[in-house]
Design a binder for this molecule. Sequence first.
Ligand code: BGC
Length: 426
Amino acid sequence: MHASFLNRKSRRVLVLVLASTAILAAGAASASAGHGHHGFGHGRVGHGSASITSQPWGTAPDGTSVNLYTLNNGRGMTVTITNFGGIVQSINVPDRHGQVANVALGFSNLAGYVSDDYTTTASGETYFGAIIGRYANRIANGSFTLNGVTYYLNQNNGTNTLHGGAPVSQWNTKVWAATPISGRHSVSLELTYTDPAGTAARVPPMAPPAGNGFPGTVTAKVVYTLTQDDALRMDYTATTDAPTVINLTNHTYFNLAGEGSGGVQGQDLMINADSYTPVNANLIPEGGIVPVAGTPFDFRTAKPIGRDINSGNTQLVLAHGFDHNWVLNRSGSGLSLAARAYDPASGRVLTTWTTEPGVQFYSGNFLQGDLVGTSGHTYRQTDGFTLETQHYPDSPNQLNFPSTELDAGQHFNSTTIYQFSTAGRH
Ligand code: BGC
């Protein structure tokens, strides 16, 4: 399906350079603005006034104060983001009649996110809204080999390393340094975090020459931008001081009818992918890139999420629903259409664009009705879905997949856009 990777590293560098050019071009329009505690200036946007404000939102377990930032595009859409984990706490968008609802699953306060841990509830760690790093998705057997050294990681998902290893190493549990930015046509929140070498090490450590934890200190920046055309844009950049692997995503669960309003089975989804990567019982890709044609994984034409979810297909049984990586169709290396979701009842549309080669569509399979969400309703299986744009799972061990290696001196760049609109009868 995808191009052959004769020289995986140089191809990735080319992709990164092209993507960064696009980001620079887009960023040139926005000027850096004020710092402070409240009301970080605003730019005139359309009928209203775009703004970014902050409020204290409690204290993280490490004693650091945390804020909740409200990005308002002045045209009826607001997004709240906390610098704890870079979590998108709510996305408030109008329906076709102008009625605003929060379409992102989450918690009403910081304590909800702090206790979002696989040891505290049957639903496990949900990662609602969070930035996922240093390696989003699964690494089989919690180990990989890079430049002749085998690195051993913490196994926090059976034998896998999932979403960066134990919660203490995950980027979604860190307090990020935050800088609000007001542009002419958008408002942004810039978040930075430095992830030390050796994070997510296996305990007890393996004896040399084994490596323990992810190698290289990674300096990461994620910029969330809310635009006047109702897009939430995420620009990720990172560098490392030694060769490592990296895979970053955002883990927002969407329900276009509003979080806590029930199941998403009736919401339509299109995924721009001719193939996907089937998994084994550990949800690790078996290595193949398989056509979706004739399977429940065929979302090339929009269909309700629930249409085939109970079909008895072996892959759906293994994952308790959809929890797979789709290999995105793309031409070139820039932003490309990944998916489009539509709620026929409200008319809300979510269009996802990305520079990444894959998307993990996860249908909230492990939500068990034991978490109380933002508006006081419990979340049950299939009450939300994620579209996690990323490289394919377990890429460090699967050399036929696009490379996730990042060397010292290289710049990792990735952009994803969640664009909201409405459609249907008025
Ligand atoms: C994974 C799921 C996991 C969920 C929450 C998703 O990205 O693919 O398997 O249950 O995150 O942890």
